[in-house]
Design a protein around this ligand. Structure first.
Ligand code: N01
Length: 547
């Protein structure tokens, strides 16, 4: 089977990719390298995924630019010049557009096309892909590049449709200028998206009301223009830099690793100095000041109190500082990085509304009503996050062997082998799926690793005339236990985070990502080296050739 790339193909494709964000673009490039026919489907009108949808004011990456980039092309990583330590959303989107153009990827992407269903035909050994427009095609392999944080969570507030003003979600930001100058704006949510947008919106808005349910820990990003000499030094040995990052638990930050020592071996003065150093440097490094902060509650309490003291120093009104001070375990909800977040609450036009004490009751035609009062607003921004890790996958009607749906299979929480494969769903791969390190790492690196693993796997199947690969139930069961055991050695499961699915009403609470990148990297390599141990491989000469 061969087709003109990108052309309609009644015989279908070798590979279908769902999504044209960071993962989809790299997968497309990799599949082309294998000489296979491919079609990517993308719901948006252009490439970029997360960086296409999250164009809210202040949107910026919390991974350093020199690490948050593709490594599949040495030329690309040498050519591209980042301008800031942490890139803005427009800069990353420009980069992804550059990648799409440079490697001529768009011709195999069908935009404005939402995939609605994927159904496995056991006799043909192929996936049928149906779009929301009702079009169908088939493919031997399906690769889900649907993103971990792509299914926007809009709480079902009463009266949502009655609000007469503007409504936005940070993860569905419109692709036109939005100007809040002179307006009364409400932001619901104080996770990363709220914390990044609030300081920027506060500068435009006449009045800004921040509806906070849980105070979040935020560390100063310490963003600055990139020093060309620093960039050149990394580029002089980019491969070495990538290799060192691969050996870090978060697949990054090798230039500033965590200190493995215990906080209890340091004096109070030494701790203070160590925290001060990391706070001043900016970025997420404060969590790594000592090796036990993320595994020992007493150690964590000391670090958390350091951050609360910083909040008290920054926010002038002590009562307001107290309301902005988080109490949960530091870092067990994803740590936020900010530029002037706490400082923003010193502005006279910014008001903190406690919706834990007095929850939002409804939206009205003119604003938001909480149990404590009514707030007149011209615009409401939902910074309410995502149905993480499973939301995008389960929004598609995925049916595997014997009509088993992924929704049924995952009704008590996601179950995978390596976060890459699911028993009952042959030849379907999930890039950065639940059970892989994904969101606990630099996503660029995790995606790179998955794309290469999947590419090599498909190559292996072709070389060995294997028509289908499917994770075994035994491997899945052992893997789910492993992921939970690793999580339980840390403090991560101890608060109501989206890592656990706790932000979505009714979602089963399961800790979804795997903690620790290097061991995972080694495990995936070992599985491949052992002929895809833990997967059933089916040979069928009739179906073996893709040609
Ligand atoms: O979403 P969140 P996010 N009533 O889920 C509140 C990545 N990211 O979009 O904590 C009132 O963290 C909710 O309150 P609570 C990053 O991985 C990265 O901000 O559930 N409030 C919370 O305050 C990040 O972790 C970057 O009590 C409600 C907020 O909404 C992930 O995306 C930038 C509510 C949601 O916070 C998600 O971040 C942005 C309700 N009914 C995002 N429902 C960077 O790279 C929810 N909330 C920097």
């Amino acid at each position: 089977m061969r087709s003109t790339p990108g052309s309609a193909n009644s015989a279908g494709f070798d590979v279908v990719i769902v999504g044209a964000g960071i993962a989809g673009l790299q997968m497309l490039y990799r599949v082309r390298e294998l000489g296979l026919t491919v079609r990517a489907f993308e719901a948006g009108s252009d490439v970029g995924g997360t960086w296409y949808w999250n164009g809210y004011p202040g949107a910026r990456c919390d991974v350093e630019s020199l690490e948050y980039s593709y490594q599949f092309s040495e030329e690309l990583q040498q050519e591209w010049e980042w301008t800031e330590r942490f890139a803005t959303q427009p800069e990353i989107l420009r980069y992804l557009n550059h990648v799409a153009d440079r490697f001529d990827l768009r011709r195999d992407i069908q935009f404005n096309t939402r995939v609605e269903a994927l159904t496995y035909d056991e006799d043909a050994g192929r996936w049928t892909v149906r779009t929301a427009a009702g079009d169908e095609t088939t493919a031997r392999f399906a690769v889900m590049a649907t993103g971990c944080l792509s299914s926007a969570n809009v709480p079902a507030f009463a009266g949502l449709d009655t609000f007469a003003g503007e409504i936005y979600h940070t993860g569905r930001w419109p692709h036109h200028d939005v100007d809040f100058t002179g307006k009364r704006v409400g932001v619901i949510g104080t996770g990363s998206s709220g914390i990044q947008s609030i300081p920027v919106v506060a500068e435009q808005a006449a009045e800004l009301y921040v509806f906070q349910r849980t105070a979040a820990y935020s560390l100063p990003a310490g963003n600055h223009p990139l020093d060309p000499a620093e960039q050149a030094a990394i580029k002089a040995d980019y491969a070495g830099f990538r290799a060192r990052n691969n050996r870090m638990p978060s697949a990054g930050n090798s230039r500033f690793p965590a200190n493995p020592a215990s906080i209890f071996d340091a004096t109070p003065d030494e701790r203070e100095a160590a925290f001060d150093f990391r706070w001043a440097r900016g970025g997420p490094g404060l969590l790594g000041t000592y090796g036990d902060i993320m595994v020992n509650k007493d150690a964590n309490d000391i670090a958390a109190e350091y951050v609360r003291e910083k909040i008290r120093q920054i926010v002038k009104d002590p009562e307001l500082a107290a309301r902005l001070s988080p109490e949960q375990v530091l870092g067990c909800k994803r740590i936020c990085l900010d530029t002037n977040y706490y400082e923003t609450f010193n502005r006279p036009n910014v008001h903190l509304v406690d919706v834990a004490a007095a929850p939002i009751e409804r939206l009205t035609p003119t604003g938001i009503r909480t149990r404590a009062g009514e707030y007149e607003l011209d615009a409401v921004i939902f910074a309410t996050g995502f149905d993480a890790m499973t939301g995008a996958l389960l929004s598609i009607d995925i049916r595997g062997r014997a009509d088993l749906t992924l929704r049924e299979k995952w009704s008590a929480g996601p179950r995978t082998y390596l976060g890459l494969g699911v028993p009952g769903f042959p030849n379907l791969f999930t890039i950065s799926g639940p059970g892989s390190p994904s969101v606990l790492t630099n996503m660029m690196v995790s995606i790179h690793q998955h794309v290469n693993w999947i590419g090599e796997c498909i190559q292996y199947l072709r070389d060995n005339e294997i028509v289908s690969i499917e994770a075994t139930l035994e491997a899945e069961q052992a893997w789910v236990i492993h992921v939970n055991e690793v999580a339980d050695t840390t403090l991560y499961p101890q608060c109501n985070s989206w890592y656990l699915g706790a932000n979505i009403p009714g979602k089963t609470r399961v800790f979804m990502p795997l903690v620790g990148f290097p061991a995972y990297l080694d495990k995936c390599a070992e599985v491949a080296a052992n002929g895809y141990e833990g997967f059933d491989l089916t040979r069928d000469r009739r179906l073996a050739s893709c040609d």
